[in-house]
Design a protein around this ligand. Sequence first.
Ligand SMILES: NC(=O)c1ccc[n+]([C@@H]2O[C@H](COP(=O)([O-])OP(=O)(O)OC[C@H]3O[C@@H](n4cnc5c(N)ncnc54)[C@H](O)[C@@H]3O)[C@@H](O)[C@H]2O)c1
Length: 509
Amino acid sequence: MPTATHQPRRVLVTGGAGFIGSNLVHRWLANDPTLRIVNLDRMTYAATERNLEGVDPERHQLVVGDICDRALVERLLREHDIDTVVHLAAESHVDRSIDGPAEFVRTNVEGTCALLEATRQVWLAEGRAAALADAGRTVRFHHVSTDEVYGDLEPEDPAFSETTPYAPSSPYSASKAGSDHLVRAWARTFGLPVTISNCSNNYGPRQHAEKLIPTVIRKCLNRQPIPVYGKGSNVRDWLYVDDHADAIWHIVRHGGQAQTYNVGGNNEWSNLDLVHALCRAVAAAVDCPAEELLGLITFVRDRPGHDHRYAIDPRKLEALGWMATRTLDDGLQRTVAHYVALWQAGGLEEPGRLGLGSTSDADAAPSTDDEGVAGCHMLAIRSHLDARGGLAFAEGEADLPFAIARVYYLWDAQPGTIRAEHAHKALRQVYIALHGGCDVVLEDGEASKTVRLERPDQGLYLGPMVWRRLDNFAPNTVLLVLASAGFDEADYFRDKQEFLAAAAARRKA
Ligand SMILES: NC(=O)c1ccc[n+]([C@@H]2O[C@H](COP(=O)([O-])OP(=O)(O)OC[C@H]3O[C@@H](n4cnc5c(N)ncnc54)[C@H](O)[C@@H]3O)[C@@H](O)[C@H]2O)c1
């Protein structure tokens, strides 16, 4: 192993209340009893203080703030005598980056720039690096990035190496690629001491509920359909999160100036094989037949642009003395144990991802990939006028994150309003779509919001909220209600005819 070039003493971790950051904080503090960590995290939806339960408060301080706030970062660098920055803070979910790219550019590109500028100011312009050098200390900025910056691979292509050209596919990976370039430029132009790592998909405890592995475990535990995109043939290289934390430690200690290291587990799995392994691991943990959970797997249509394969060649880092240690079986067992315990304590909720009134399917879909990949793509509706000229009939086809138990068709021959009140508490996963137009009044507790659906391809995916009224139908509107499996019909439209009669009566009144 090469001689260490840097010894971290006072570390600023960004994004340390998220998945990888919190695991890194736990592991680094446990491995080095002299280390102190200041953890700057904006506490976005992806973070939780629960991730930091059990860390030594004497050696760890959480600062709630934004990496874009350069003055704050400069103050932290000065006040805490920081010699090492480990930069993980990011918007990290591909689906969300498709829905709203601007936030990704802000945090991942502008935020990285603000951190680099703050570090340059304090370490170089104010001479702190030189002062630390007098005391025998060095400084280092480590940037944590992703293998997604390289684009994707065909089945026979060699794995990504550090010299593979960048070809990002999504706003997420493009923003990470941009941040990597900034870090390299600050090393080259200003002489900032930096290292960079590009890692494959991580798994392990403390990951946000929207990501693939927690989603599959939750679906298994709740006996809900498990969505697998396409044929489940997308291939990812999986690394246990502690191995990633160790790799970063190793690079920070031993890595060369401005060097990039690919981090991976030599552990390629198709999504389908991974889901199978997870079903078996959950079955073993809760003592149920694996077949019962395997039977929940539901194939749904793939999203366009879904990167097919990522694979990492980690030989450069291995030559530096690091190697992944955790096998997938062992890592999944630990991961499942964590989420089962959380579930038993009532802490493994459905991710609250749906904004009231959102009509975006990308927003609605669960992630089927780490760092997020596919959204649900829907919806083909064919509608016909029937013999009575006013009633419409529709056939729906939708790729949904659940098996469809029922499709209801409702209609209104005349312009007007159907006022339907469905305060159905058990309603969980429902997609409604229509041909024509109508206002959907959503209520979530006391809050209420009206969403106008007009285009035939527009739809509304309902999470744990309830639609209360369907107002202002256009002529020949067709409403499809696609209800999830396990949904209690008796508690819903007791009788479609009764519902329609009531609607007609209301209209007359
Ligand atoms: N998860 C993976 O499989 C994976 C793989 C390779 C690389 N990465 C990279 O590792 C890093 C961490 O990923 P993760 O999966 O833990 O992500 P995460 O979404 O779980 O955590 C990100 C953290 O950053 C914080 N954050 C977001 N915006 C911020 C801002 N403006 N200021 C301060 N904090 C902010 C969030 O609150 C959250 O705690 C990211 O840079 C990601 O690109 C992740």
